[in-house]
Ligand binder design. Structure first.
Ligand code: HOZ
Length: 427
């Protein structure tokens, strides 16, 4: 039987699902292309249903930091699956993963497993509101914290890519409790905390903004948030769904040395299976049901397969030298990209933190949402399409990160740079 092409499969998918998609791949729309259907992946490579192979920098949008189908992760999942896929009862694996998270993130004195980053953030916000008795939340323009109603206000990621940062269906009464401020601007935070004294429950931030491209925190920004929230009695929530176990084993809070009250995790801690977690100060987490009155639930939370994949992934990441290797690969790539840009005479901005990066087609520095959206998305779309034809699979959006994994070899990076060298001359 002939293999169905991505084109045919996508037509079928569109009849079955809105836009024919379920995952962040919906962003393909922004580059004027159609998603390619994936058949399998291994290490740094991903293969489509027509048998074409690409070097993958999407990394399932972050989780696949040890590479696709790592034998240790696959074995752990297979072993767990053979024992049953869900019990709705505690397992040793839940204890083990929670202990690993707590050890890596000392600020997370207690941890609750959930099924996605969205759930983690939604629950952390509820807890912050309950613990402070306040309703308003400060977030930052272009940061993405999942798709719960309260967070879909000037959101990044797919919402930004598709031009719908404020979704219909979010009641205005709820949206008014979410205050959006410019990233990297502690003065704006101070003014708002002062003006709305006693009203702000929490400040939530991606400590490296990684859903509007990649935007590193300016020196002093995270420290400023820590001081200001403490001064005004608001909680500081780090959304480390992307940065957790990515920019350091202990996430951005380890890398930048700032301790939040609550942290949200996802992606990497599930090793490619659906998972999320939130945690923080013991006195706060003790307010969650059934220990306290703040309710949150989930039948599949702590799912044994997700726990097994997460544990295996963190065991690999915990080996000495892992983050040095990732940093080295990231630095090698960005030096090559800088050289390519120079040779091709293309003015663009490269932002990188460790193994995540973004090439913005703009001339001015990208430090916040306003400067990010100056990027030329048409030029990005052309770049993306040509890179894809050259066998390099990037996220189909100017406003997403490129992820390097432990599986990317020097040969992979060199091949990517060679393709990019040709592409930059043509765009
Ligand atoms: N953090 C994901 C990619 N940046 C967003 C999830 C989604 O768009 O579905």
């Amino acid at each position: 039987m002939p293999r169905a092409s991505s084109k045919v499969l996508f037509r079928e998918a569109q009849r079955l699902m809105p836009g024919g998609v379920n995952s962040p791949v919906r962003a393909f729309r922004s580059v004027g292309g159609k998603p390619i259907f994936i058949a399998r992946a291994k290490g740094s490579r991903i293969r489509d249903v027509e048998g074409r192979t690409y070097i993958d920098y999407v990394s399932s949008w972050g989780p696949m930091i040890v590479g696709h189908a790592h034998p240790r992760v696959v074995k752990a999942v297979q072993k767990a699956a053979a024992k049953g896929t869900s019990y709705g009862a505690p397992t040793v694996a839940e204890n083990r993963l929670a202990a690993m998270v707590k050890e890596a993130f000392p600020s997370m004195e207690k941890v609750r497993m959930v099924n996605s980053g969205t759930e983690a953030v939604m629950s952390a916000i509820r807890l912050a509101r309950a613990a402070t008795g306040r309703s308003d939340i400060i977030k930052f323009e272009g940061c993405y914290h999942g798709h719960s109603d309260q967070m879909l206000v000037k959101a990044g990621s797919g919402a930004l890519t598709l031009g719908i940062p404020d979704s219909p269906g979010v009641p205005a009464d709820l949206a008014r409790h979410t205050l959006n401020l410019p990233y990297n601007n502690p003065d704006a935070v101070e003014k708002t905390l002062r003006r709305r004294r006693g009203k702000i429950a929490a400040v939530i931030v991606e400590p490296v903004a990684a859903n509007a491209g990649v935007i590193p925190p300016a020196p002093g920004f995270l420290e400023g948030l820590r001081e200001l929230t403490a001064e005004y009695g608001a909680l500081l929530i780090f959304d480390e769904v992307i940065t957790g176990f990515r920019v350091a084993y202990g996430g951005a809070q380890e890398r930048f040395g700032v301790r939040p009250d609550l942290t949200c995790l996802g992606k990497i801690i599930g090793g490619g299976l659906p998972v999320g977690a939130y945690g923080g100060r013991g006195d706060l987490m003790e307010q969650m049901a059934p220990e306290g009155p703040v309710y949150q639930a989930g039948t599949l939370s702590g799912n044994p397969l997700a726990m097994a994949a997460g544990i295996a992934t963190l065991e690999i990441l915990g080996q000495p030298g892992t983050y040095r290797k990732l940093e080295k690969k990231g630095a090698y790539m960005s030096a090559g990209v800088a050289e390519n840009l120079k040779r091709a005479g293309v003015r663009a901005v490269q932002n990188r933190v460790g193994s995540i990066s973004c090439l913005f087609f703009t001339r001015s520095l990208v430090t916040d949402f306003k400067s990010a959206i100056k990027a030329n998305t048409r030029r990005f779309a052309d770049y993306f399409a040509r890179m894809l034809r050259g066998g390099i699979y990037l996220a189909p959006s100017q406003f997403e990160a490129a992820f390097i994994s432990l599986a990317h070899s020097k040969a992979d990076l060199d091949r990517t740079l060679a393709v990019q060298r040709r592409v930059l001359k043509k765009i």
